[in-house]
Design a protein around this ligand. Structure first.
Ligand code: KG4
Ligand code: ZN
Length: 341
């Protein structure tokens, strides 16, 4: 079969990204213009600022991705773009650019679910990886345990009932005055701390055993910080970060591995920004080894938001000829699997 080259565009949150990917697995370029510094002073993503910055960056980022791939625009087979979930104004920028490119060139347009993109990052990182597998998607907006029965058949087994895992890292960092985004800095502080200093809650729902809840954990951490403040004592930041991280990782590992064992699936994949956490990776490695489960995760650059993963997911849609029309719209609350035919 002829090679299929997809230009991917991602703008769902605070990264503007474009990538050129062949056959869903080989990355020729992956350009990311991050807005993290811009939002850091506000302690989180400001949607209006994000949209404006995407407008400035999207065309230069696409140009750069094509240039780095040494590929004229006319040579791509299709354009894949994130159309949800995410911030509506941010999504619309990438979507509008993708539509304009696709329809002016007469190439197919493919709408990609951002969460599906995160899962696809594993196909890029591991050419031998094929479904079925269980995937933990843990990012700033999502925490899902998904049974990937086939490339386009994700079955959600568990989800968060309140905060996402990454969101909990971000909120804990904010209350400790560590800045944004919280994940990397909490992980760094945790390395210097004792993860048994505090016993923070680990929530399990017996009706839905793979569901998560991180709001009780977050509140417990915030209350602990406030108690130190009220007493005028020095806050043991490192110990709090280590104990919080351990509590969050314990449930992520436990629910994911239980889902793999229950569904007799011998492979687990990690995806999303939180999968960049080295403590999480090593906790998974240990438990997966004990249970005879193969573990895959993408390298750091494919864990956080990027367009290569969107182009990869777009390839599997291309194989199904699942193309979008001119009426493709941004869907901020798009659910995983909702878009698949
Ligand atoms: O996947 P992503 O880039 O964007 C979303 O789709 O949300 O994930 C961003 C999230 C943020 O909440 C960030 O704090 C978290 O991933 N994150 C981490 C780490 N690196 C990023 N969380 C824990 N440990 C990390 N090293
Ligand atoms: Zn993401």
């Amino acid at each position: 079969m002829k090679d299929i080259t997809i230009l991917g565009i991602e703008s769902s949150c605070d990264e503007t990204s474009a990538a050129v990917v062949v056959n869903g697995r080989e990355v020729l370029s992956n350009i990311i213009a991050t807005q993290i510094q811009l939002h850091a002073e506000y302690g989180g993503v400001v949607p209006e600022i994000a949209s404006r910055k995407h407008v400035e960056s999207v065309i230069p980022v696409v140009d750069k991705a094509l240039k780095e791939a040494n590929m004229p625009l006319e040579a791509v087979d299709a354009i894949a773009v994130t159309y949800g979930p995410g911030l509506v104004g941010a999504l619309l920028v990438g979507l509008t650019a993708a539509k304009a490119l696709a329809f002016s060139l007469g190439k197919p347009l493919i709408g990609v679910n951002h969460i599906e993109g995160h899962i696809s990052a594993n196909y890029i990182a591991h050419p031998e990886l094929t479904p079925p597998f269980i995937c933990l998607v843990a990012s700033g907006g999502h925490s899902h345990v998904v049974h990937i029965e086939d490339y386009r058949k994700p079955v959600i087994l568990g989800r968060t009932r309140d905060d996402a895992a990454g969101e909990a890292f971000d909120k804990i960092a904010r209350v400790l005055g560590l800045g944004y985004p919280g994940g990397p800095v909490v992980e760094k502080k945790a390395k210097e701390g004792n993860d048994e200093a505090f016993r923070f809650p680990r929530v399990k729902f017996h009706d839905e055993p793979y569901d998560f809840s991180f709001s009780g954990l977050k509140t417990a951490v915030i209350n602990t910080v406030h108690q130190y403040k009220q007493r005028g004592e020095k806050i043991p930041t490192e110990d709090i970060c280590a104990s919080f991280q351990k509590a969050a990782v314990d449930v992520l590992v436990q629910h994911t591995v239980e889902a793999a064992l229950k569904t007799c699936t011998d492979t687990v994949c990690l995806a999303g920004g939180v999968a960049a956490n080295a403590f999480l990776r090593s906790a998974f490695a240990k438990v997966c080894e004990e249970n005879g489960i193969k573990l895959y995760y993408p390298p750091m650059w494919l864990c956080t938001d990027n367009a290569a993963m969107i182009a990869s997911a777009g390839y599997f849609a291309w194989l199904h000829k699942d193309f979008a029309g001119k009426d493709l719209n941004a869907i901020p609350g798009l659910k995983l699997g909702e878009n698949l035919t």
